[in-house]
Design a protein. Structure first.
Length: 499
């Protein structure tokens, strides 16, 4: 039996992985979306399901009341120690945080600030089971600190709550010929060596490095252990090593794919005669490979479809900022009933915190949802969006004359507000079925169906990523600024099907 990469074909950015018994758990960057720190589970490293999130709100809450798409949770590390799960991450504007839980599904502790500071990113802890010592390594974001391309090491309190020193530069990428943007370190102890697996070279074109030293604080020697070579996998790097119960070694990492974000690949890993790890096939990523020697599992992937049972949305959805009072869906019957939130920024979905999003699928797909607009408020609108640095959406809006219309709007990356992508059309019953077909290159075609079949709308829209985040699918309900409640919209039967 074989598997085909990527094993997670959507934006599960900066993955890290840990094994506990027969189970594997993965987390990833979630940046400014809430809930954050997604938790995925697998028994075979190939088939993954989303089982929850470790972070229910971003802190401090006021800082994330509006979207900050490139801030928040950067490159987390997940570990299991002392019968607890631990996740450390760097917020580039605040410092290094930690949460922990006795069970993967929680409850998880509130975020604890382990080290305050600007530009502290990509932390990874290590508890040395032989000595009882604990350590932490992290990288630097030049945008906040003026420093990059280096790794700093600390002794850490064994309870994971604080660092015991000011830190020491343990790997300086500027001293390694040809290396730049060294970041994303993952720290291990193996065969008497301290190992740091860390990427360099940037997300689109980089490579995976390995560093080893007999002592945590160095000196370290380095080697490139995974790079694109003659494959189609650009920039294969930044991820985590995991060993199965039977002793097989595997490495999960990302590939940057533009609007699709950072998709996750699984590489075989072995230890060479020289004691260094060998990833993929002789350091090149594999497209197809024999599955790990683990019990066969049914095909699985993180959920995308949603019937919104009981008016609730599934765990695949995240808000674009901390949710506020008044956003909560109405729990009456099936279907997602969202209040039309009043906003002065209703003309620009990129600025809105109350957009419910999920990841753009990495293969050609059709996205559909049924929508009914209940609001009588002129200017109230609701729809289905593709969100990125540029955005496009299709949905319903009640006009100043009281008539509900199908509208299709977009904004370029440099535009400050949306404009029509097609002429409005009457929606006599205030309901519509919406469809977006996402083809090669994340090129999107929009459709609406008023009961007589899908009708194409507007030109093709090429989805774009945010700064560090792939494009997102979004559902929203809005209204202009004004007094009182502005009504609601109901979404039903959300589906993503392969094309």
């Amino acid at each position: 039996m074989t598997y085909t990469n990527p094993v997670l074909n959507a934006d599960w950015s900066d993955p890290d992985v840990v094994r506990v018994g027969e189970d594997f758990y993965l987390t990833a960057s979630s940046f400014g979306r809430v809930p954050g720190l997604p938790l995925l589970h697998s028994r075979d490293l190939v088939n993954w399901t989303l089982v929850g999130h470790a972070l229910q709100h971003l802190e401090p809450a006021g800082e994330f009341a509006t979207p900050r798409h490139d801030c928040g949770v950067w490159a987390p590390s997940i570990r299991h120690h002392d019968e607890r799960f631990w996740i450390f991450w760097g917020d580039p504007d605040q410092g290094i945080f930690q949460v922990n839980a006795s069970e993967i599904r929680g409850p998880w502790s509130r975020p604890h600030l382990v080290k305050e500071g600007k530009g502290l990113i990509d932390p990874c802890p290590l508890w040395d089971e032989e000595t009882g010592e604990a350590y932490l390594v992290h990288a630097w974001a030049k945008s906040r600190s003026g420093v990059k391309n280096r790794l700093t090491g600390h002794r850490m309190a064994p309870d994971g709550t604080s660092l015991l020193d000011e830190g020491k530069l343990i790997v300086d990428g500027d001293r390694i010929p040809g290396w730049f943007t060294l970041e994303g370190p993952k720290l291990y102890k193996h065969d008497g060596w301290f190992w740091i697996l860390a990427p360099a070279g940037g997300v689109e074109t980089g490579w995976q490095g390995a560093f080893r030293s007999r002592g945590f604080f160095g000196p370290y020697e380095e080697k490139t252990v995974l790079e694109q070579k003659d494959t189609e996998v650009n920039g294969p790097h930044q991820g985590g090593w995991v060993r199965t119960a039977s002793g097989e070694d595997w490495f999960l990492h990302f590939q940057h794919r533009g609007a699709y974000g950072r998709v996750v690949h699984l590489q075989p890993m072995r230890w060479g005669a020289d004691g260094w790890p060998v990833l993929g096939v002789d350091g090149a990523p594999v497209a197809v490979h024999a599955k790990p020697d683990l019990p066969p599992q049914p095909a699985a992937a993180p959920a995308t479809d949603d019937d919104f049972p009981g008016g609730r949305f599934g765990r695949q959805w995240s808000w674009t900022a901390n949710p506020q009072d008044g956003w909560a869906p109405h729990h009456s019957g099936d279907g997602l009933r969202l209040s039309c939130v009043r906003s002065a920024d209703a003309h620009d979905l990129r600025k809105l915190p109350n957009v419910l999003t999920q990841r753009l699928p990495g293969t050609p797909s059709a996205v559909e949802v049924a929508l009914k607009l209940h609001s009588e408020e002129p200017g109230a609108r609701a729809g289905l969006a593709v969100l990125g640095d540029a955005f496009g959406w299709i949905g319903l809006e009640r006009g100043a004359d009281g008539v509900v219309q199908v509208v299709h709007r977009f904004a370029e990356g440099v535009a400050e507000r949306e404009r029509d992508a097609d002429r409005p059309r009457l929606a006599p019953e205030g309901r519509v079925r919406l469809r977006i077909e996402i083809g090669a290159g994340a090129r999107c075609r929009f459709f609406f169906d008023l009961g007589d079949g899908p009708v194409p709308s507007g030109p093709v829209f090429a989805a774009t990523p945010w700064r560090w985040v792939g494009a997102l699918l979004g559902l929203f309900a809005l209204a202009p600024v004004g007094p009182g409640h502005a009504g609601a919209a109901t979404f039903t039967h959300f589906r993503i099907d392969s094309l």
